[in-house]
Design a protein around this ligand. Structure first.
Ligand code: FPP
Length: 261
């Protein structure tokens, strides 16, 4: 809980953290989640894959509630990757509509809870114009909120993000605004999609898959990873708290010998 929050909000989060038996000194500032397993969850029930995505919505909003309860600064979720365009056209169409309707149905409630919505990813021709408009409206609606940042990675790929940063830096070099010798890790980080958001401390991936899948490649360099076999629609705030307990049991050394303060 690094932010300057109203004291009532801070006290409530602290009470909840203690009730859960978590260490208030080691609550991650930023948790990022790969919400995986919707299709398998549906198939196991003899339902179309799209029903799994629909069921993933309640899992997501229970997790958001949990994140608010313990006062996370930031929660990022992987909603659609640059690779997801390769899915059958009917599923891609469903996901575009689903994401759009979810934004429209949920943004007021997020706004009332003091959540600032941000989007991370490429705004290219493949993303429907209407969805882009709803994203912009959600950003505008929630831009003054300070309780928690909710970053929705949409048409996001970690490599694409680094490519986009390199393009911006190359154009600064061409304009004479910087020179190749001045490029360092800090300047690359400044050109990522959301340099103002702290790097994730914890990345959670559901459904038993143990890989990063091009998620936050640069930002998660020192993150702890928690992989759980739970399929995304069965995830909830309790699972989030369990992942944080696991995170707290790890020894973060950042390549050194002591935990960074
Ligand atoms: C992965 O399951 C899940 C997705 C591709 C989409 C998840 C999206 C949401 C729950 C909504 C998020 C939307 C916003 C706007 C926050 P999968 O289909 O890869 O499952 P499988 O691995 O079992 O096939």
């Amino acid at each position: 809980m690094a932010r300057n929050r109203p004291s009532a909000e801070r006290d409530a989060a602290l009470r909840e953290i203690k009730r859960l038996g978590l260490n208030p000194e080691r609550i991650p500032r930023h948790v990022a989640i790969v919400m995986d397993g919707n299709g398998r969850w549906a198939q196991a029930r003899g339902l179309p894959r799209t029903e799994g995505h629909a069921a993933g919505e309640s899992a997501l909003f229970d997790t958001v509630e949990g994140a608010l309860e313990i006062g996370l600064d930031c929660l990022t979720v992987f909603a659609f990757s640059t690779e997801n365009w390769r899915r059958p056209a009917s599923e891609v169409r469903y996901l575009m509509k689903f994401n759009e309707s979810l934004l429209v149905r949920r943004r007021d409630e997020l706004n009332e809870r003091g959540v600032r919505m941000l989007f991370s990813g490429r705004r290219d021709w493949r993303v429907p114009k209407r969805l882009l408009r709803h994203m912009d409206e959600s950003i505008e609606l929630t831009k003054k909120n300070t309780r928690m940042d909710f970053v929705i990675a949409f048409n996001y790929g970690g490599r694409a993000e680094i490519v986009d940063a390199v393009r911006k830096i190359a154009s600064d070099v061409a304009d004479g605004a910087t020179s190749p010798e001045k490029i360092d890790e800090k300047s690359i980080a400044r050109h990522l999609y959301h340099p103002e958001v702290p790097e994730p401390d914890l990345v959670i991936r559901t459904s038993g898959e143990i890989r990063t899948s091009n998620f936050l490649l640069w930002e998660a360099a020192y993150a702890e990873y928690v992989f759980t076999p739970v399929l995304w629609p069965d995830f909830n705030r309790e699972q989030l708290f369990a992942a944080i307990a696991e995170y707290q049991s790890r020894d973060r050394r950042f390549g050194g010998v002591e935990e960074r303060k």
